[in-house]
Write a protein that binds this ligand. Sequence first.
Ligand SMILES: *[C@@H]1O[C@H](CO)[C@@H](O)[C@H](O)[C@H]1NC(C)=O
Ligand SMILES: *[C@@H]1O[C@H](CO)[C@@H](O)[C@H](O)[C@H]1NC(C)=O
Ligand SMILES: *[C@@H]1O[C@H](CO)[C@@H](O)[C@H](O)[C@H]1NC(C)=O
Ligand SMILES: *[C@@H]1O[C@H](CO)[C@@H](O)[C@H](O)[C@H]1NC(C)=O
Ligand SMILES: *[C@@H]1O[C@H](CO)[C@@H](O)[C@H](O)[C@H]1NC(C)=O
Length: 277
Amino acid sequence: MRSRSALFFIVHCLVAVSGTIKMDYPNLVNGSVGKDLIIPCSFRVIDDTLTGEATVVWWKSTAYTGPVIYQCSNNCSKSDGRYSFAGNITEKNISLKISMVSFTDTGVYFCRIERSDKFTSQGIVLQVKVPKELRRIYVQTNEQGERWVTCEVFGDPPPNVIWTQPNTVNPSEILNQHGIYSSSSSVPASPNTNYTCQIDLEKQKVALSIYNQESGTLAAACNERVYITVIVVLAVTLGIVLLYLLCVLVNLFKRGHNKPSENDDNVYHNYPRLPDL
Ligand SMILES: *[C@@H]1O[C@H](CO)[C@@H](O)[C@H](O)[C@H]1NC(C)=O
Ligand SMILES: *[C@@H]1O[C@H](CO)[C@@H](O)[C@H](O)[C@H]1NC(C)=O
Ligand SMILES: *[C@@H]1O[C@H](CO)[C@@H](O)[C@H](O)[C@H]1NC(C)=O
Ligand SMILES: *[C@@H]1O[C@H](CO)[C@@H](O)[C@H](O)[C@H]1NC(C)=O
Ligand SMILES: *[C@@H]1O[C@H](CO)[C@@H](O)[C@H](O)[C@H]1NC(C)=O
């Protein structure tokens, strides 16, 4: 708090010395890979009589000598690749928009306004993160034959996984593994227990649940759906066989009661007869 008031004091002194423009911007901006972001920057004209031509410059890495990533004068509306103007000069807003943020956007940014008077911001640090995600939950059996419930998450920095179900999870039994962006949290699975893992996103909590059914016997492996499928397949097969038998019976019945027609005769005797051979 003290350092912030000190900063304010310094900024006020700078305003007093330089005269007319004061800038507002954050020290730090967080961005997420693949998303768009706005680096805010605005100014206040202390002496409101000052108007006229305005030029906006954005540098990366260092002010004045670093690469100019965006520049416009007066009518600022153009975009330059992934950089576009998100402000409004009339409203004294010179914010910059970066589309499709990537890790290479990490760095320090400087905004500058030239309008009767000139002012350049201090560095605005952009941190790029990989958004947090709760990917999946599953039960697996390891080489020792133990069943574990695993919760897979994604993000950099990695999200913190909390097991909210069952309330008997022993924190010392939790096995956490960290990859580059994906990481996982595993707990030993007790039979017939519901497991829920949760992560905190900025504005909400997300959770996934899985029910670890009793395992080991064939009966347990065969769930209701398997039974129903087997029964349906058997029923259909039986139906087809019965239909076939019925057709055969009907044909036999017909043949037994109808006098054979000429046509039938042709069909049955259209082969070389013994005397012809
Ligand atoms: C940016 O992320 C850091 C953690 O990496 C956090 O401490 C900080 O509050 C975030 N700042 C903003 C403006 O979201
Ligand atoms: C500002 O620039 C845009 C695009 O270059 C143009 O269409 C528009 O007419 C300009 N506005 C003014 C007030 O010059
Ligand atoms: C400037 O414009 C940006 C983007 O429209 C907005 O996010 C920001 O709040 C504005 N800043 C001020 C001080 O109005
Ligand atoms: C900028 O702000 C002014 C005043 O609020 C508004 O009239 C104008 O339409 C805005 N310009 C753009 C490009 O949004
Ligand atoms: C497991 O817990 C979750 C979250 O409380 C719930 O939605 C789900 O119905 C439960 N499943 C079983 C089989 O109890």
